[in-house]
Every structure is written in structure tokens, then in C-alpha cells.
Design a protein around this ligand. Structure first.
Ligand code: CP3
Length: 355
């Protein structure tokens, strides 16, 4: 496989299996790293950091330098799209995002439908800097939020645990809600294409709140908009490699994979292994799914959890990752322990069964 030596992460997205799976972590650039906290402190606000190409590139590269992951994810946020659409978006320390709620049909009627893409130029600039600095073997991931998840923040104006405001609006004002989703679909397609143009090797679509939807709503508000984004991106870039992350999708995952055409799905830690192997990994690559709290815990708990993930999924096309983002309180030594366990051949019995 002459080309395949190029980027293990991209090989797996093309359906290949690697004995030692490529590895990265969701939210790998972030507060658990002292070097991130230092840059974050001097950048000013969180969005100032996202829109400063040099600093965004720097924090993207920090976890690669420290750990040598197989993929870097560009440092940005899913809420830059509402921001570019002219919504007010603020990040309050310790509280998470705050937006002006888009919670009535009258507000939707007057809201912008086309993002100011000039606002997003610094993200493309950061991608170019990172791609230039990155070892060619390491993949660069661009991303956006899935329309449903981005809409949950736009409608409520903040994070909630059950997304009641967006679910209620989708039931009570389906046309207005569909307009929000349509606007996000169209703008996300252009945003993702521009990220590929700027040097991203693959894309991830984060649908963090997909799991709160009943099956019919899941099909309408999570699967279908994601399918349209994949189709729109592939219309211009037929070979674009795309990972979906419909967190909490459970039994809906096979249908999501089938309908959307993604190359891989990221799975959370609640996923049932035999079901995933038979119904999902038989079709596309799988990424995941270490419980981030096992990573916080460390020790033998972490070793056993890593071995379980490898035993469950490393016999097929697989990317090692967490089941969701890394917790800020995670000790760096535990990340090193996880990496050694996944990559180190001697002390991990899984590798002898993997050939
Ligand atoms: O993964 C990476 O390292 C790349 C950067 C990245 C961030 N956010 C940086 C960030 C990515 C891929 C995201 C995606 C994102 N943002 C999602 C989907 C993935 C997921 O984790 O569920 C969501 C739902 C958001 C929205 C968002 N941004 C929230 C709810 C918060 C506040 C909660 C928190 O963790 O603080 C953010 C802020 C945010 N985005 C931070 C980082 C590093 C922390 C802010 C800080 O450093 O002050």
C-alpha cells in the first residue's frame, strides 16, 4: 500500500484497518494543557483566540507537539457560524456560550440567511499555517456543528441539558425552525468547502445534542440536514472525507450512516460494541469511544478501559478517540498513559491478537 503510508488517519477513513489505530482526542486543544491556558490568557476573549490565526494555529499544534497525535483539529468553535450570521455570541467564563435567543418566527423572518464569510477568514488562515507546520503524516481536521446542535444554542441562547427550547420550537413552529436549519445547512457547506480549500484533510460534523430527539425528529433534524451537508460538500469535492458525530444516536446510528454517506462515525461511550461492529463498522470506519472520566481516573481503570475499546473495535477500520471531549481536569500523565497503551506493543496484550 504505497500511498497508505502517507496518513494513517485518512487511510482508515478510506476503510483500511491499521494494527495500531490512529489516535486523537476531541477537544485536544484546551484547558487541560497549561500551554493552552497561557495562550488563552493573553488572547483576551475566547472568540478573539478563535479569530487570531497565529494563536489559533499555535493552540492547534500544542497537543501534536506534546503527544504526537495522528490528527490535529483546527482550533475554533461550532458557534462561529451563528456569529458570522450576525447573531450576538459571547462566551462567559465558567458558564459557556450566551447568544441572543432566536426563539420566535418573527425573529427568524428578519434574521440573516447568509453568513459574512469575511469574519471566518482567520479560521482559513489558521488552517493554512497549521498545514504548513504539520508533518505530512498527520491529518488536519476541519469541522462545523451539525445544524440541529448549532440551532439548539441559537434558539435557547445558551446550553441546556435536554434542549427543550429547540425541541419545543421545532414542534410549535416547524416552518420557522426549518428555516434556521436550512440557513445552517447552506452556510455550513460553504464553510466546510473553504476549510478543505485552506488545507483541511478531513471534516467532522459535531451533533452533540442529536441524542435528545425522538426517532422521527432525529431523522428530520439530525440525519437529513447532515445528509444535505455531505451531499453539498461532495458536489464540489467528491472525495471529501467526512466524520459524523451524532452523540447519543444509539439504535439510530445504522440509519444515520446509510442516509448521510459519512466515511466514519464517532461513537460515544454508551455505544453497544457488538451492535456497532455488526451494524456500523461493517459499513464505515468507527471512531471513539473511551469514557473521558476513565481518562480522568487513570491507573488500572484507564488501562482496562483502553483495552476494552481496542478489543471492541480495533479488528476493523478504527480511530482511537474519546466518547466526547476531554475534561479540563484530566491529568496530562493520563493522556500519556493512554497513548502508550494504544501504541506501545509490549505491555498491551491487545496488539498480539491484532495481526
Ligand atoms: O477539539 C478541539 O480541540 C478543537 C476546538 C473545539 C472547541 N469547541 C474549542 C472550545 C471544538 C471542535 C469545539 C466544538 C464544540 N463547541 C461543540 C461540539 C463538540 C462538543 O464538545 O460537544 C460544542 C457543543 C461547542 C459549543 C461550546 N463551546 C460550548 C458548550 C462551550 C463551553 C463549554 C466549555 O467546554 O467551556 C464552548 C467553549 C469552548 N470551545 C472551549 C474550547 C477550548 C472552552 C473555552 C475556553 O477555553 O475558555
Amino acid at each position: 500500500m504505497p500511498q497508505s503510508a502517507a496518513k494513517p488517519f485518512i487511510d482508515v477513513l478510506s476503510g483500511q484497518q491499521h494494527t495500531v489505530p490512529p489516535i486523537w482526542m476531541m477537544r485536544q486543544a484546551g484547558r487541560y494543557l497549561p500551554e493552552y491556558r497561557e495562550v488563552r490568557a493573553k488572547a483576551g476573549g475566547f472568540l478573539d483566540l478563535c479569530f487570531n490565526p497565529e494563536l489559533a494555529a499555535e493552540v492547534t499544534l500544542q497537543p501534536i507537539r506534546r503527544f504526537g497525535f495522528d490528527a490535529a483539529i483546527i482550533f475554533s468553535d461550532i458557534l462561529v457560524i451563528p456569529y458570522a450570521l450576525g447573531r450576538s455570541v459571547r462566551f462567559e467564563v465558567g458558564e459557556g456560550p450566551r447568544l441572543e435567543p432566536l426563539d420566535a418566527p418573527s425573529k427568524v423572518a428578519t434574521a440573516a440567511s447568509r453568513a459574512d464569510f469575511g469574519t471566518l477568514e482567520p479560521v482559513y488562515e489558521a488552517l493554512k499555517i497549521v498545514r504548513g507546520a504539520l508533518d505530512p503524516k498527520i491529518a488536519l481536521i476541519g469541522f462545523c456543528g451539525a445544524p440541529w446542535t448549532v440551532a439548539t444554542y441559537m434558539v435557547a441562547g445558551h446550553g441546556t441539558s435536554d434542549q427543550a427550547p429547540a425541541r419545543t420550537m421545532a414542534y410549535q413552529h416547524p416552518e420557522a425552525f426549518a428555516k434556521i436549519i436550512d440557513v445552517l445547512v447552506e452556510n455550513s457547506i460553504d464553510y466546510l468547502l473553504a476549510q478543505l480549500d485552506a488545507g483541511a484533510d478531513a471534516l467532522q460534523i459535531f451533533d452533540t445534542w442529536a441524542g435528545v430527539l425522538p426517532p422521527a425528529e432525529f431523522a428530520r433534524w439530525s440525519t437529513e440536514p447532515t445528509r444535505r451537508i455531505v451531499e453539498g460538500v461532495r458536489a464540489k469535492m467528491p472525495d471529501a472525507k467526512i466524520i459524523g458525530f451524532p452523540r447519543g444516536a444509539g439504535a439510530q446510528l445504522p440509519g444515520y450512516v446509510e442516509a448521510t454517506g459519512v466515511n466514519a462515525v464517532s461513537i460515544d461511550w454508551t455505544a453497544e460494541p457488538a451492535f456497532i461492529r455488526e451494524r456500523v463498522q461493517s459499513k464505515v470506519a468507527v471512531q471513539g469511544n473511551l469514557d473521558p472520566l476513565a481518562l480522568v481516573t487513570g491507573g488500572s481503570v484507564l488501562d482496562r478501559a483502553v483495552d476494552n475499546v481496542l478489543a471492541n473495535f480495533a479488528q476493523g477500520p478504527f480511530i482511537f478517540n474519546l466518547g466526547h471531549g476531554i475534561q479540563p481536569e484530566t491529568p496530562i500523565a493520563h493522556v500519556e498513559q493512554m497513548l502508550k497503551r494504544v501504541r506501545g506493543c509490549q505491555d498491551n496484550p491487545m496488539h498480539s491478537t491484532n495481526h
